[in-house]
Design a protein. Structure first.
Length: 188
């Protein structure tokens, strides 16, 4: 028994060293490639006009602002675009400001639904064939059930909102309900 344990320990150690070595190799290769890309970008930037770099930066900011707006973080999206003078950025900025004005404010905490999930069951075959199976069946959901529930919430115009986004901690340590603003028809 001790001999088998030693063999397993040695094999595990050797595998760990090999995996570590391969990981270090790939990380150093990625770093070298990144360094080469940065060098070539710097060379291109200095030898040509800065317009393509600005366009790339604007495109990145536009994409980021659109993603923020899609998740109803209008203030962050607007703040990001206000720093950009590009025509496309200013057009999107105007659109987002207009959309923000039409948002519905949810200020009553009793009108906001609360959804809670215990730990998700990853391996139903294993979980439902133990002594705790009944507890798992009563209180837990599988990943598949969780995904179906979330999809159903979205189909019914619910938006998932983090509790930390609904309250603000004052300097005195007390929490104040701040609410959330969403497009008309959406529910927190």
């Amino acid at each position: 028994m001790k001999h088998t344990h030693k063999i397993i320990l040695v094999v595990t150690s050797v595998c760990t060293v090999i995996i570590l070595g391969v990981s270090i190799f790939f990380v150093t290769q990625a770093a070298k490639n990144n360094k080469l890309e940065n060098t070539s970008q710097t060379t291109q930037h200095s030898s040509s006009s800065s317009k393509p770099v600005e366009d790339k930066q604007t495109t990145k900011q536009l994409d980021q602002a659109k993603q923020l707006a899609a998740s109803y973080h209008y203030d962050e999206a607007i703040a990001l675009l206000e720093k950009d003078d590009a025509k496309e950025a200013q057009q999107l900025l105007a659109t987002l400001k207009k959309e923000k004005e039409s948002l519905v404010k949810w200020e009553d905490p009793t009108k906001i639904s609360h959804v809670f999930f215990h730990s998700l069951i990853v391996d139903p075959a294993k979980a439902f064939h133990t002594q705790q199976a009944q507890g798992y069946k009563d209180y837990m959901v599988t990943i598949s059930e969780f995904n179906k529930t979330i999809d159903q919430l979205y189909k019914n115009n619910y938006v998932l909102v983090n509790l930390n986004g609904l309250v603000k901690k004052g300097t005195d340590g007390k929490l104040t309900f701040t609410g959330v603003s969403l497009p008309e028809g959406k529910k927190p």
